[in-house]
Design a binder for this molecule. Structure first.
Ligand SMILES: NC(=O)c1ccc[n+]([C@@H]2O[C@H](COP(=O)([O-])OP(=O)(O)OC[C@H]3O[C@@H](n4cnc5c(N)ncnc54)[C@H](O)[C@@H]3O)[C@@H](O)[C@H]2O)c1
Length: 442
């Protein structure tokens, strides 16, 4: 086992190093794949024994990740998964990919990162490189992770090395797998930065070195804040243009023909997923500590979180025009995943839609080919429901079909043909030719 910087450097150059990945979720598993493809051996760590068992049996638990990835790694002897954190002394480098959610007061919940840092500190040995990948606010690596690791008695830059490299995974994006996304790297010191760049060079298409951990941390938050603010802007314009009788999606299609100075963002029923609705609030939190409000972030948050309520209002207006109250109306919700073609329901606006619909007495059913049963969620009261098969009879029996996620598995012609009324929050029905008079947007 390498126990000095130069030994670790050699192991990385020869690709003989073993890389540990802590947190085998939507980010961790694609990262394991990229590491193995680059020639490293990978060790996966997760506190959830069910995930470790599933991987040991060659089974993926994430919809868009096939079993064949795992069986291939196992058969080639390139991967082991364990819940035994005592084995964290075995890998030469450890990448931390654990959750960074918000707590009940919408403040950063770094408990997973801290717990992982304590587990690593308990096993830390000279020559190891630790890289935090979880999204977080600038300062986390130096002010939160480093002090915990140094409780081991080992010194950073001499005995062990530490860096931050944000994860930019876009689950389900076939064009940009982990390997194809440039990786920003900021070390806590020069040796840490150099070793981290070396680790990633064979793994990703481009390594982007920056001067510090803080710049790398701020880079990730900038990227996600940029998305959140721009999505809020088109969501607000959607509401305005609707009052003016203008279709926002047609406006965006036209605007995006401008070859410079414009990037298309799309409105929707609200923000979802583990990143965009959460990360900007990590920045607001740290900004408050610096005595400065982040008005763009707060305003974007306000507009985006109000979207489900807007969708419900549109739905009630539509039903009203047909002389129907929402109470007792049959509503079929299409899509519970937070975005197209994934099985990730985290922070999905569909849960807020479900709460509103049930609170107003709607007779609700849902369909999502990727989510057969509604999961329980920390922030929402979720009813026990299973996905209803999408038949012509079911569609015809509804008062309105509400499209919340534009999965590509849906046959939108079929849906519009059989449903009496469709409220589309994603412009998913844009190519449907007949029955357009039944389609409304929100
Ligand atoms: N999902 C995305 O699209 C995405 C994209 C970019 C960045 N990120 C960031 O990456 C990080 C991970 O996100 P994710 O979506 O992969 O989360 P995830 O919930 O899918 O996976 C995290 C895994 O960590 C495990 N875990 C929790 N505490 C642990 C501990 N102490 N030791 C070992 N394992 C532990 C959990 O059991 C889980 O399997 C977050 O900071 C997130 O913001 C996510």
């Amino acid at each position: 086992m390498p126990s000095t910087a130069s030994q670790l450097e050699q192991a990385l150059r020869e690709h003989s190093a073993t890389i540990g990945v802590v947190g085998l979720g939507y980010v961790g598993l694609p990262l394991v794949r990229a590491l193995i493809d680059a020639g490293y051996r990978a060790m996966g760590f997760d506190v959830d024994p069910a995930k470790v068992e599933s991987l040991a049996a060659g089974r993926s638990y994430i919809g868009h990740i096939p079993d064949s990835w795992i069986t291939d790694w196992m058969e080639r002897g390139r991967f082991t998964a364990t819940a035994d954190m005592g084995r964290l002394s075995e890998p030469d480098a450890i990448l931390i990919c654990v959750p960074t959610p918000l707590d009940e007061s919408r403040n950063p919940d770094l408990s997973f990162v801290e717990a992982t840092a304590r587990q690593i500190a308990a096993a830390l040995r000279p020559g190891q490189l630790i890289i935090l990948e979880s999204s977080t606010y600038p300062g986390t690596t130096r002010e939160v992770v480093l002090p915990i690791l140094e409780q081991s008695g080992l010194r950073v830059g001499e005995d062990f090395f530490l860096a931050y490299s944000p994860e930019r995974e876009d689950p389900g994006n076939l064009e940009y797998s982990a390997q194809r996304i440039p990786k920003v790297v900021g070390g806590i010191d020069e040796p840490s930065a150099r070793l981290t760049q070396l680790l990633y060079q064979p793994v990703v298409t481009q390594v982007v070195p920056v001067a510090s951990c803080e710049i790398a941390e701020a880079c990730k938050i900038l990227e996600n804040t940029y998305r959140s603010v721009n999505i809020a802007m088109v969501n607000e314009l959607k509401m305005l243009f609707d009052r003016m009788g203008i279709d926002i999606w047609e406006v965006i299609e036209a605007a995006k023909t401008k070859p410079f100075g414009f990037q298309a963002f799309y409105p929707g029923p609200g923000l979802g997923g583990h990143c965009i609705p959460i990360d900007p609030f990590y920045l607001s939190y740290v900004a408050r500590k610096h005595g400065m409000p982040t008005r763009f972030i707060e305003l974007a948050g306000e507009i985006n979180t109000d979207m489900p309520r807007y969708v419900i209002e549109r739905l009630m207006t539509l039903l009203n025009e047909q002389g129907k109250p929402l109470k007792g109306s049959k509503i079929l919700l299409l899509g519970v995943a937070y975005k197209r073609d994934v099985d990730d329901p985290r922070e999905s606006p569909s849960f807020e839609l479900i709460e509103h619909l049930l609170a107003r007495g709607a007779d609700l059913a849902y369909n999502d080919p990727h989510i057969p049963k509604l999961p329980s969620m920390r922030r929402f009261k979720v009813p026990a429901m299973t996905s209803t098969p999408l038949t012509a009879e079911l569609l015809a029996s509804q008062d309105c079909v509400l499209i919340a996620t534009d999965h590509s598995a849906y046959d939108y012609d079929f849906i519009v043909r059989h449903a009496p009324l469709v409220l589309d929050t994603r412009n998913a029905t844009r190519n449907v030719q007949s029955g357009r008079d039944k389609i409304f947007k929100a």
